[in-house]
Design a protein around this ligand. Structure first.
Ligand SMILES: [Fe+2]
Length: 304
């Protein structure tokens, strides 16, 4: 299948970009025995697939045979990263909560690197059972296009200050009174609105609690802090971005592959019972085409 798609990848790429950059492909169970196939498929989406050995990733979270695969799992030896309880209560009509701030954790992968990555391919080798460990996605192109003209104009030139989690600068860290660490050279402002380099459509580009700087940010040149005008704007935009009409809930089957574009979507995960459930997901990351706002930029997380 990969050989056939690789010979004529345009249909796959046209489909992906034609649906605002979120694609679900089921039945890819062959990847489990041939993980290199996931890398070959990833290479159709861009020149460079991240080698996690070169990007400060903990070795036990890297696939032992294929260093382009990040292992996200609670199965030893991987270090588990599990969304915390309590999971939010159901909405008034009994649905899974999706919308911010009822649902938290919305982010785009590695937005704390400038330029940020293009596309992630997320594969369920061993998914959590249905009803747990879902992944939620939101469409930043659709959400941007639905903004009123006044808001579009207001945010067009703004930048958000993105950070990696665990730096004492997350919203919950500030609320807990943690001491903020110095920003790393890669933790730099990113445009709040990006022009997608393939579709030429504008998309919102922002994260929330753990991946924005709530000390000096979250918005550059706006009142900083958790109660500032920048925070109010993040809340306003994120609540809009994650409205039901822009979101999709993925319940995982083994062999599912979800391809999502970090330039124009955000996602978050739901809790699963790591005491009784085993879950192992694989992710690859495609780099190299961040769009015209990043023209000529060197990678800020690599010493030059
Ligand atoms: Fe993610």
């Amino acid at each position: 299948m990969i050989a056939a798609v690789g010979a004529t990848p345009d249909a796959l790429l046209d489909t992906f970009y034609g649906v605002n950059c979120l694609l679900v492909i089921k039945g890819m169970r062959a990847f489990a025995d041939q993980p290199n196939l996931l890398v070959r498929l990833s290479q159709l989406f861009g020149d460079e697939v991240e080698d996690y050995r070169q990007t400060l990733t903990t070795a036990i979270n890297i696939h032992p045979d294929v260093p382009q695969i990040l292992v996200i799992s609670n199965i030893s030896p991987a270090v588990p990263r599990i969304p915390a309880l309590p999971t939010p209560p159901s909405t008034a009509n009994g649905m899974l909560p999706v919308r911010f701030p009822h649902r938290r954790g919305w982010h785009t992968d590695q937005s704390f690197r400038r330029p940020p990555p293009d596309i992630s391919l997320f594969y369920a080798e061993t998914p959590a059972p249905k009803g747990q460990g879902q992944t939620l996605y939101a469409d930043g192109i659709g959400a941007y296009e639905a903004l009123n003209t006044e808001t579009k104009t207001r945010i067009e030139s703004l930048e958000g200050l993105h950070i990696s989690p665990g730096k004492g600068r997350a919203e919950y860290s500030v609320k807990a009174g943690e001491k903020p660490m110095e920003l790393a050279q890669n933790e730099r402002p990113q445009p709040l609105v990006r022009m997608h380099p393939v579709t030429n459509k504008r998309a919102l580009f922002l994260c929330e609690a753990g991946q924005m700087d709530w000390v000096e940010g979250p918005i550059v040149d706006m009142e900083p802090g958790i109660n500032g005008d920048g925070a109010k704007l993040i809340y306003e935009l994120m609540a809009h971005y994650t409205a039901p009409e822009f979101t999709y809930i993925h319940e995982w089957d083994a062999g599912d592959l979800v391809i999502y574009d970090n330039r124009s979507t955000i996602h978050t995960a739901t809790w699963y019972d790591a005491e009784t459930v085993q879950r192992r997901m694989w992710r690859t990351t495609v780099w190299g085409n961040p769009g015209p706002l990043y023209d000529g930029e060197l990678r800020s997380w690599i010493a030059q």
